[in-house]
Design a protein around this ligand. Structure first.
Ligand code: ATP
Ligand code: IP8
Length: 272
């Protein structure tokens, strides 16, 4: 029997929502990405993870959820953030189902437990069984319960990297609203240089050199720097890691299928 390779795809909030507004999904992009997933799913097994964008981050920021429980006033924000992520998830899963993808939500706060922000339990069996049925599990960055902090935010990037390692993914595709990694934010610095390939070990020192400004003040999981930090480990362990522009039609599909596409690759070693 031919086993299809596993690809984890993170739909970045910068692509599937309008990140500078509150709770506004980019339906056009979501529906097109859903079609690209449909076109890919016969060739690879897929797990989709989406970010918080303008649904999760504004509430998580307002109620300071990332630092954990400190005040009962946060509990309203905890519930509001969970609810907002559920709303975005429903929009994305609806679009996937409409495109013909058997998409099944896995709610992270119900199957993950954290200790000081690190994953200590993640019940993966449902995901494995969903994949066995050739269905597509859909997870998302979420507010998750924590043994020390009470709760904190678990980013979709962290979930994606974790799953890539635990489920032996071949490829990890991060779809966002720019072509990949630049020497500075390409939206604010027109001299920013595009980086097509970077070695995982070099990435750590590169991260110290770039500005922490991701262009949106309320990204509670560290914007591009938080994301890149999560990519070092999977790349070092041999997973092919790509950052690609989801606003460009066909780019995510090509990245999923391992076809030639403009993107940034985080590699273990440069190709000879
Ligand atoms: P979310 O966390 O909501 O899912 P995302 O995964 O789409 O969002 P962001 O954390 O918003 O990704 O990071 C992507 C953004 O980072 C881009 O919109 C870009 O403007 C910004 N950015 C800042 N610095 C850089 C850089 N050096 N290279 C590339 N993008 C950068
Ligand atoms: O957008 C954060 O996940 P990310 C999710 O992948 C919330 O960083 C709830 C803000």
């Amino acid at each position: 029997m031919c086993v299809k390779p596993l690809v984890i795809v993170k739909f970045g909030g910068s692509a599937v929502t309008f990140k500078n507004e509150v709770k506004r999904a980019n339906l056009q992009v979501i529906r097109r990405l859903a079609r690209e997933v449909y076109e890919s799913m016969f060739h690879v097994n897929l797990v989709i993870v989406h970010g918080g964008g303008s649904f999760g981050h504004p509430f998580a920021h307002k109620y300071n959820l990332v630092n954990g429980f400190s005040d009962v006033k946060q509990l309203a924000g905890l519930a509001e953030t969970r609810y907002a992520m559920n709303e975005l998830n429903q929009i994305i899963v609806r679009a996937l189902i409409d495109a013909g993808v058997p998409a099944i939500t896995i709610q992270p706060s119900s199957c993950v437990v954290l200790r000081n922000g690190s994953i200590v339990h993640f019940y993966l069996e449902p995901i494995r069984l969903i994949l066995k049925l050739n269905c597509v599990p859909v997870l998302y960055g979420d507010v998750v319960f924590d043994e020390f902090l009470g709760f904190t935010i678990l980013s979709g990037d962290k979930i994606s990297s974790y799953l890539a390692l635990k489920l032996n993914a071949e490829r990890l595709v991060f779809a966002c609203d720019v072509d990949g990694v630049y020497t500075a934010d390409p939206k604010v610095n027109c001299n920013a240089k595009f980086i097509s390939e970077i070695e995982a070990e070099e990435l750590a020192s590169f991260l110290k050199s770039i500005s922490a400004d991701s262009g949106v003040a309320f990204d509670v999981t560290g914007g591009i720097i938080g994301k890149l930090n999560e990519l070092i480990e999977p790349a070092l362990r041999g997973v092919e890691v790509l950052i690609v522009n989801a606003l460009k039609p066909g780019f995510v599909r090509r990245a999923i299928l391992g076809e030639e596409v403009k993107c940034t690759r985080i590699v273990k070693h440069f190709r000879k």
